[in-house]
Write a new protein. Structure first.
Length: 207
């Protein structure tokens, strides 16, 4: 393996490892929070976003910054993340009542305070954007650093009714995962594609 190829592989392996770590951190934070704040289903989703984070999440995560605006955390726009072909995949850095947070390890989490109310249904549509918007958790494994692209350094997780965190699309068939996590898709289900492949990349993965 040549040095450039080796460096590329190391970079991809690090990103895969980090999104797995982020999932574990969220699951652990929610588990610890339920000890102090009742079961996840009883959490008060009517709180303002900052109060919601400060009560249920940030005491259990090593948070170093709140991204009240995109520029505060050195992003270039309010819609910083793109898909494989360069077009915008999801707008709204602070949409769905989100105040993204940075943790000490350089991961950005964008968590909506309205999440976990519904489980995703397996419909004919590839995307249920209302479900993704309210329940999905954006994970940017290297913050504002490039490429800021879904499936490369930006991934989507999801919270269920019981507070468990899984890669978005974990309950969808392979056909929908592969349709999305492709050069022509939005790449919102790429964390799940990696999980189904044993947290390893594949030849058709849209890096």
């Amino acid at each position: 393996m040549t040095i450039p190829n080796l460096l590329t592989k190391m970079d991809r392996d690090r990103k895969i490892s980090t999104v797995r770590k982020a999932q574990s951190i969220l699951n652990q934070a929610i588990k610890l929070s339920t000890i102090d704040n009742e079961d996840y289903e009883a959490w008060d989703t009517t709180l303002p976003p900052r109060e919601y984070l400060d009560k249920y999440y940030t005491p259990y995560m090593k948070v170093i910054a709140y991204c009240d605006t995109y520029s505060k955390c050195n992003y270039k726009s309010a819609a910083p993340w793109s898909r494989y072909n360069g077009s915008n995949s999801y707008t709204g850095f602070n949409a769905y009542s989100r105040i993204p947070i940075f943790t000490l390890d350089g991961i950005l989490y964008s968590i909506s305070q309205s999440g976990g109310e519904n489980d995703q249904e397996d419909t004919d549509s590839v995307y249920d954007m209302n479900y993704i918007g309210s329940n999905g958790v954006f994970i940017d494994v290297n913050g504002p650093n490039k490429p800021n692209r879904f499936g490369n350094d930006v991934f989507m997780l999801v919270r269920n009714k019981d507070g468990s965190v899984m890669p978005l699309g974990y309950n969808l068939p392979d056909s929908k995962i592969n349709q999305d996590c492709s050069k022509n898709g939005k790449c919102l289900y790429c964390a799940e594609k990696l999980r189904r492949n044993g947290w390893k990349t594949s030849n058709d993965y849209p890096w």
